[in-house]
Design a protein around this ligand. Sequence first.
Ligand SMILES: *Cc1c(COP(=O)(O)O)cnc(C)c1O
Length: 376
Amino acid sequence: MVNMHIPFVNLSRFYSKHKEQILELTDNIGQSGAYILGDVVEEFERDFADFCGVNHAISVGNGTDALALSLTALNVGKGDEVIIPANSFISTAGAVIEAGATPICADVEKDQNISLESVKKAISKKTKAIIVVHLNGNPARIDEIIREFKNTNIKIIEDAAQSIGAEVKGKKTGSFGNCGCFSLHPLKNFHMFGDAGMVITNSFETAKKVKILRNHGLINRDTCEIFSRNSRLDALQASYGKYLLPYLDEWTDRVIEIAEYYNEQFIGYFYTPKTRPSTKSVFHNYVIQTSERNELSDFLKQRGIETKVHYPIPICHQPAWKKQSLPSAVIPIVERQKDEILSLPIYAELTDAEIEYIAKSVITFFNEKNLYREAV
Ligand SMILES: *Cc1c(COP(=O)(O)O)cnc(C)c1O
C-alpha cells in the first residue's frame, strides 16, 4: 500500500472550493464601509436562529464568550456553582470562571457525554446552572436532564460548540436549554474564517441581555447599564457565515456517511461511537476507544494519518484548576477514557480513497496484533 498523507483537518481544501465567493464577499464588505455588527450580522443571526428553530440568535466574538455571557445573562455569577462534564474542552470551565462562578466537574457515560447520575450527585444548595456539552457532535441526554430539573431554579445551558445541526427527536441541540452556545471557530463542524460565536434562546429577555452584554453593557450609544466586555461579530465573518450556512446539511450528510462507513468496517475491533435512539450526531469528532490507543496512533502516523486525543487531560486535573483550589471530583469513566480515546480524521472533504485507506490502516494494525474482538 502506498502511503498517503492525511492531515487531521484540511481547511485549505475547504477554502479552495469556496474561494471565488469568499473573495467576492470580502470585496463587498470592504466596499460597504460597515465592518462591525450591522445588517449582514443581523441577517446571519436571523438565518442561524431559523436553522436552529429558535426565536433569537445573538452573535458574539467566540464560543467561550457565548457561554460566559449566557451565564451572566441568566444571573449566574459570584457564589454560584455550575456543573460541567470533566472531559470537555477547557473553555467550558474557563467561561464559568469568567462569569465569576465555580465550576464543578461531573463524570460521563460510555459515549463520553455527561452522566445524569453524576450530575445529581454534584448538586448542592449553590448549584445555579448545568452546562450540558454535546461532545463530539453527539447529543447528550439533554431531554432527560431538562425533565429532571424542570421544577427547580437550575438553569440549563447547552454547549453546542461541537454539535451544530445535531438533533434529539428532530429538535436541534442548543434549542432545549435556557441558552444554547456555539463556536464558529475554524476547527468546528460549521465555521467561519476566524473567531465567532453564537448564543441562541427562545427568551426575549435573555436575548436582550446578551445583546447588551456583548457590546460593553451599552443600552444605547452613550449609556452603560452594566460593565461588560466587547464581544461583537464583524460583518466579514457574518457574510461568510450567511453564505456557508445553506451548505451545512450537505457537509453533515457526508460526514455521517463517513462515520457509518468507519462503524461498519470496525465492528468487532473496539468501541465505535454510538448514538442514542432518536438522535442525530454530526460527528464533529469520530472517537474510538481502545486500550491500544498510543500504539495505534503511532502506527497511523507512520502511515501518514494524523490523529488527535480529545482531550488527554480532564479539566479538574489541569494546573489552572489546582492553582485556584477548585473542588476535586470523582470521575472514574473520564479517567479511563482519557487513555483510550482516539479521534480519526473525519471531514466532508475527505475522498473515498482516503477514508478507505484510513479504515484499512486501522484494521491492519489490529489484525497484525491478532486483536480482533478485543473489546466491544
Ligand atoms: C471550541 C469549544 C468551545 C470554545 O469555543 P471558542 O470559539 O474557541 O471560544 C467551548 N466548548 C467546546 C465544547 C468547544 O469545543
